[in-house]
Design a protein around this ligand. Structure first.
Ligand code: MN
Length: 236
């Protein structure tokens, strides 16, 4: 919760400005309470490329719906649900991690985690693909025995995730890489693992282009769209 300075020496105008900027409403008598404020709003970053940049693996139509409707929809819902909770004003990642611990906040958890997961997904894709280098290439070699084994593990996780979910490349606190899959909105950060890359295997991610052929979508993404620079940046 942001701290709003409210001293006897501050003018009413100053207090109002501070209160509004920090996401509070000033009530009669100088009481502050959380308000529907700018500071509490999660802003969806724009797509980092054109809608057709991932073709032919992912069509512009899929990207248009998946970003414009699904991703932005999760942000809208998270913004509505976080207002008037003690988590208002906190960063998105903290909000979903805290909301995950409280069964009464399951709706907020799902939408905030999905908002975060989708930004991570879009950032991890790039036309052209490429290959890991440097520290990342070495970590893949050490952890999987090579890039092909890493891709195979990601592919298996993505194809076998039952129903909606995600397949992730993650690092544990010791820096060892592995692949995990999660259902629905769940995120490896809830288990103390650091996400490095993710593929969305909810049907909305591929059904317009591939219908039930999830394996073809997964193969296309792994062969052609992995943004290895993003993965390396996340490894640190
Ligand atoms: Mn999705």
């Amino acid at each position: 919760m942001p701290v709003v300075p409210c001293t006897a020496s501050a003018s009413r105008r100053q207090v109002l400005r501070l209160a509004a900027g920090a996401g509070f409403l000033l009530l009669a008598g100088g009481m502050l309470r959380p308000g529907p404020a700018r500071a509490a709003t999660f802003a969806a970053p724009p797509l980092p490329y054109a809608e057709n940049a991932l073709e032919p693996v992912i069509s512009a139509k899929t990207v248009s719906f998946h970003y414009g409707k699904h991703t932005l929809g999760y942000f809208d819902n998270a913004n509505k649900l976080v207002a008037d909770t003690p988590l208002a004003g906190q960063p998105l990642e903290k909000v979903f991690l805290e909301a995950a611990k409280d069964p009464k906040m399951v709706g907020l958890f799902r939408n905030a985690a999905q908002a975060w997961n989708h930004v991570f997904y879009w950032s991890g894709l790039a036309a052209g693909g490429g290959a890991p280098t440097g520290k990342l290439a070495k970590a893949i070699e050490t952890s999987f025995g090579g890039l092909e084994a890493c891709r195979k593990a990601l592919s298996e996780a993505a194809v076998t995730q039952f129903a909606s979910g995600w397949a992730w490349l993650v690092a544990d606190p010791a820096g060892k890489l592995s692949v995990v899959k999660t259902g629905n909105a769940d995120n490896p950060r809830q288990e103390g693992l650091k996400p490095l890359w993710v593929i969305d295997v909810w049907e909305h991610a591929y059904y317009l282009d591939y219908q039930n052929r999830r394996a073809d979508y997964v193969k296309g993404v792994l062969d052609k769209l992995v943004n290895w620079e993003f993965v390396a940046k996340n490894l640190g």
